[in-house]
Design a protein around this ligand. Structure first.
Ligand SMILES: Nc1ncnc2c1ncn2[C@@H]1O[C@H](COP(=O)(O)OP(=O)(O)OP(=O)(O)O)[C@@H](O)[C@H]1O
Length: 664
């Protein structure tokens, strides 16, 4: 008789191996359970239920969760564990849901008890199950440590009091914002909130004025400082693309400031700010060698994962302000830990105490609406402002209306795609090689047709040796490419990035892109757009950076194929040999996840023709809000979009639970 996995460690490992083989968990998750098993073979052995929890905890980290919520996992295993996996996978002999149905919470907790392996946080156990919580959250130690580091740094800042001359702040804010209307001006409130707190968050949807607000805030902080010239301000974003966008946006906003102050517009990636150490997860700046900064602003903070956020916070001097900007409703980072989303879980309603509301009235002249007051508000609530009015979609109200409908889980968001707004469209397709999709891709106004034209008709003459001419052309190609992007929800299947990229490369090549300078069987050809899939510290290029392969003259004047990347804060390009790019993919179609931090004039979202747990409200919202002028839904019918927006992403973390109540 075969042993039952919940009674026998070898049988449990065999079950986990079957899950890994079927693609339901990663091999890494299995290996971790095996490691735990071998660690304790001669002492107190890990129970089968602990091996199961270890593999599932690691599986959850792979799905962006900081930890495993044991109760949720038992109550709703497939939803909690994002199973079955995306794409075509065989059914394992015993599914996780079938196995978990045989466990109850108390038994599982009891079987997790093991002094060598599971602890409450002290010591060095590989697994951590913090005590006294309403939820039973199991962590791999590394993630628990990141969460603790974030909480410690945030709580320390929330306890600090900043001495401010309220009347002076009011005077500065009145000058920066001019006359405001009767409605509460949340941008002004956000400036006052952030001026009063060493840690603050400004969240809001696209175009709600996060950048506008932060520029005014920096102007206010500079004016409040004893020695304005000496205030050290550092600006950062998670990806190179987001850094370029923020830098451009800040430069525009600086021109509109009604006061003359010196504020930097140079934005670096967080990795560059912290000083990445090639070949390691560590940075040059850390608790022992903190950054030299008084104010750090991080944009697109929803993309920052728990590990990077912990490293960033630890590298800040104790008296350095941190201001996070981001859209809490967007998809979180692919890596574990939805830090911004977790911290902003209560932001919609706001929970300002009477004391905070009264002070905000004095400092900003704004009356906080009754619905946003709460005398039980926590200290974290007092440091967050949500901007609520979008200024971006004046000319294209359809995009804002669709984003709202998606966010509010409207019953029929697809009605908006039926011709009410000329900037919204639904393209019904039944196959990935649909002629309608080909027409859209090659369209000169709304697709890649313009990009194709700039490459094929504007390339400098082969004997032109003026490097600036080639740079200018490459910058034009990059601009043209940035106008349109197809976004896919998934990687695999014929509706995923892999197949779609092949199809679209084929269409573009038959319409004019040529191998030209490379061997014809090479994957590299002029006009191939690529996205990096890993950080490359040696090259200074980050995961998510996009570039385009183009010919350019080498030192001898011979044309060679190089990849052109935009350079942050400049109109220059940087040329890199394709051979040096170790981890990249074609990027005519990218996942919605990878599109975060970018904006395209026209964004087209391709949904598969089947439902999947990855189709969520956050995914559709993120795709819609990448568009600045036009949005197209490419899907067999709109039913899947309705299903997607009825499903929310949930991310398990203990961050909100542990932000302490307000200190009197
Ligand atoms: N209070 C305001 N009144 C009028 N226009 C505004 C106001 N605030 C912002 N805008 C305008 O709205 C547009 C978007 O503002 P901003 O870039 O600051 O928003 P954002 O939230 O940072 O946008 P994104 O999400 O795209 O990064 C800009 O053109 C800006 O000038």
């Amino acid at each position: 008789m075969t042993a039952h996995p919940l009674n026998n460690a070898d049988a449990m490992l065999a079950t986990l191996e079957d899950w890994a083989d079927a693609g339901w968990i990663r091999w890494l998750d299995l290996e971790l359970a095996r490691f735990i098993h071998t660690q304790t073979i001669n002492s107190q052995a890990a129970s089968p239920a602990l091996l199961l929890a270890t593999a599932l905890c690691s599986h959850q980290n792979g799905h962006g969760h900081a930890c495993l919520d044991l109760a949720h996992c038992l109550a709703d295993p497939h939803r909690a564990l994002s199973l079955p996996p995306d794409g075509k996978h065989r059914q394992p002999a015993v599914s996780p849901a079938e196995l978990l149905a045989q466990l109850n919470l108390q038994d599982w907790l009891r079987q997790l008890e093991n002094p060598l392996l599971t602890g409450a946080g002290e010591g060095n156990t590989p697994m951590v199950l913090p005590p006294e919580q309403s939820k039973h959250l199991l962590y791999l130690r590394r993630y628990w440590q990141y969460e603790q580091a974030i909480l410690k740094q945030i709580n320390q800042r929330l306890k600090q009091t900043i001495t401010l001359d309220t009347a002076h702040l009011r005077q500065i804010l009145d000058q920066l914002f001019g006359n405001t209307t009767d409605d509460c001006d949340w941008q002004k409130v956000a400036c006052a909130v952030a001026a009063a707190n060493p840690f603050s968050i400004i969240t809001g949807g696209p175009g709600t004025g996060k950048t506008t607000t932060v520029v005014r805030l920096l102007a206010a902080l500079t004016q409040l400082h004893d020695k304005p010239q000496a205030l050290r301000i550092r600006l950062a974003a998670p990806t190179g693309k987001a850094a370029v966008r923020l830098s451009e946006s800040i430069s525009r906003q600086l021109q509109q400031l009604p006061v003359s102050v010196v504020i930097p517009d140079e934005v670096s990636t967080i990795h560059r700010l912290l000083g990445s150490v090639p070949g390691s997860r560590h940075f040059r700046h850390h608790a022992g060698n903190p950054l030299s900064a008084d104010v750090v602003v991080v944009d697109e903070a929803s993309m920052v994962d728990i590990e990077l956020m912990a490293q960033l916070l630890e590298a800040l001097p104790a008296d350095c302000r941190l201001i996070l900007l981001g859209d809490k409703d967007q998809l979180a980072s692919v890596e574990a830990g939805a830090v911004l989303g977790s911290l902003c879980e209560r932001a919609d309603r706001a929970h300002y105490t009477r004391q905070t509301a009264e002070w905000l009235q004095q400092a900003s002249g704004q009356t906080i609406p009754a619905a946003c007051r709460d005398d039980d508000g926590q200290s974290l609530d007092q440091a967050i402002t949500m901007l609520r009015y979008s200024h971006r979609f004046g000319q294209v109200p359809g995009i804002g209306a669709l984003a709202n409908a998606v966010n509010q889980q409207s019953d029929s968001p697809d009605d908006l795609l039926q011709g009410t707004y000329s900037e919204l469209r639904h393209l019904a397709v039944t196959a990935y090689n649909d002629p309608g999709l080909r027409r859209l891709v090659l369209d000169k106004t709304h697709g890649y047709g313009h990009y194709l034209d700039v490459i094929t008709t504007q390339q400098p003459a082969a004997d032109n040796s003026d490097s600036q001419t080639w740079n200018d052309w490459a910058a034009k190609v990059l601009d043209a490419f940035a106008r349109f992007r197809l976004l896919a929800a998934i990687h695999s299947s014929e509706w995923g990035t892999e197949v779609l990229n092949q199809q679209i490369s084929g269409w573009l090549q038959s319409a004019g892109l040529e191998h030209g300078t490379g061997p014809t069987d090479s994957e590299w050809y002029s006009g191939r757009a690529i996205i990096l899939t890993r950080n490359d510290y040696n090259l200074g290029l980050m995961n998510g950076d996009t570039g385009i392969a183009l010919p350019c003259p080498d030192a001898n004047g011979n044309l060679v194929l190089r990849v052109a990347f935009p350079v942050a804060s400049t109109e220059q390009v940087r040329w890199v040999s394709p051979a040096r790019l170790q981890a990249c993919q074609t990027a005519f179609v990218m996942t919605v996840h990878k599109s975060q931090g970018s904006e395209f004039a026209h964004t087209a979202l391709v949904l598969p023709d089947f439902d999947s747990p990855v189709l969520t409200r956050e995914l559709v919202y993120t795709a819609v809000t990448r568009a600045s002028e036009r949005f197209t839904l490419i899907a067999r019918d709109a039913e899947l979009m309705r299903k997607a927006i009825s499903r929310r992403v949930f991310r398990t973390s203990g961050l909100l639970r542990d932000t302490r109540p307000i200190q009197a």
